[in-house]
Design a binder for this molecule. Structure first.
Ligand code: GAL
Length: 350
């Protein structure tokens, strides 16, 4: 293959449609690694029956199946990642200090729907695994966001009984109260991505506060924990599917709205510093079906190796009734002044 055909079947080296949904890319040793959710057939394929699948490529068109690199635990094992749990949007980053590969994902322990709102962490010495599951957490337990007003820290918790199982219905109107409610247990974390800055600091970006608000949280130096330093952005905007990248010293974010598997209009934002202020720049998509992100939802945006100004948008065209048939929408990013754009193309090449 020598071009990208967004939305079509994308065969791997064995001729099988790539099975790495909600994925992300790692570039290391001149090789791209694509990690994503291994889906199975039918609606039940929206839960984790297998684990996280990895593929490798030198040219981004042709992908070699590297197998399942994090495997869910057998039914009845009681593990946080027991088969039938929800394990979404896995991302892998390489820690050049420890030499290890850290995998983070959104985890919903089995049988609780989307109420868990946890983050899973796994580690490996090799990009192709096997990854060992370490633990799952609610981020930043006991720590206030750095942009939380001091005078509100003593407020009574009013959002106590408020629990909402995902989706786009407004959260409790007082999102600061949700932060306080979750202070001891840790903040909620659903849709997520990871980002490593030029200085080696890594960040976990996740939908929190009943999905209403995005958190950006710095990881510890080994990338295997939260550092306790985090801040809240896009309050009450219900942003999901975050993808964060950096170009020319500026930070860019793409995210979706919050409508489950159904596509919606994407958002974009720009900042001079990861801790903001972040400025929303509107829908980056242009052309046919731009109003619903070309029937996709963002999952990752990554730079072409050795090309500082070329980035690729990676999105999922979900097929919830037959999860394994989900398609991939990859398109180039175009920059114009402060903004970035994504133009629909049926077929394109680098
Ligand atoms: C989407 C989210 C997906 C998945 C889905 C479940 O909004 O981005 O990762 O969680 O909801 O309905």
């Amino acid at each position: 293959m020598k071009n990208f055909t967004p939305g079509e079947i994308w065969p791997d080296n064995k001729g099988v449609h790539i099975n790495a949904h909600g994925g992300g890319i790692l570039f290391v040793d001149n090789t791209y690694y694509w990690y994503g959710e291994h889906k199975t057939a039918g609606e039940a394929g929206n839960v984790a029956n297998v684990g996280v699948h990895c593929y490798s490529s030198k040219d981004l068109y042709n992908w070699k199946d590297e197998g399942v690199v994090l495997t869910v635990m057998p039914e009845g094992s009681g593990s946080d990642i027991e088969q039938g749990c929800i394990l979404e949007r896995p991302k892998v980053i390489h820690n050049t200090k420890t030499g290890q590969y850290a995998m983070w994902f959104h985890l919903e322990p089995k049988g609780l729907g989307y109420l868990g709102a946890r983050s899973g962490i796994a580690v490996s010495d090799n990009p192709t695994g096997p990854f060992t599951f370490i633990k799952s957490v609610r981020p930043n337990a006991g720590h206030w966001p750095k942009n939380f007003p001091d005078e509100l820290k003593e407020m009574p918790v009013r959002a106590e009984g408020y629990r909402f199982d995902g989706g786009s219905i407004p959260a409790h109107p007082d999102t600061l109260n949700i932060v306080k409610r979750d202070l001891e247990e840790g903040q909620m974390a659903r849709d997520m991505t990871l980002f490593v800055d030029d200085d080696g600091k890594a960040y976990h970006i996740y939908s929190s506060e009943e999905n209403s608000t995005l958190h950006i949280a710095r990881l510890t130096d080994d990338y295997l924990d939260h550092s306790g330093e985090y801040a809240r952005f896009f309050v009450g905007r219900f942003m999901e599917a975050p993808a964060l990248f950096k170009k020319g010293g500026k930070y860019y974010l793409m995210a979706s709205g919050c409508t489950g598997w159904a596509p919606n209009e994407a958002r974009s934002a720009v900042a001079d510093h990861i801790w903001g202020p972040w400025k929303e720049m509107g829908n980056p998509c242009q052309g046919e079906e731009a109003y619903r992100t070309f029937r996709s939802q963002s999952t990752y945006i990554f730079p072409l190796a050795g090309k500082e100004d070329q980035f690729i948008y990676m999105g999922d065209r979900w097929t919830p009734t037959d999860a394994i048939d989900g398609r991939y929408i990859w398109l180039p990013i175009r920059f114009d002044e402060e903004r970035f754009f994504i133009d629909w193309q049926e077929s394109w090449s680098l």
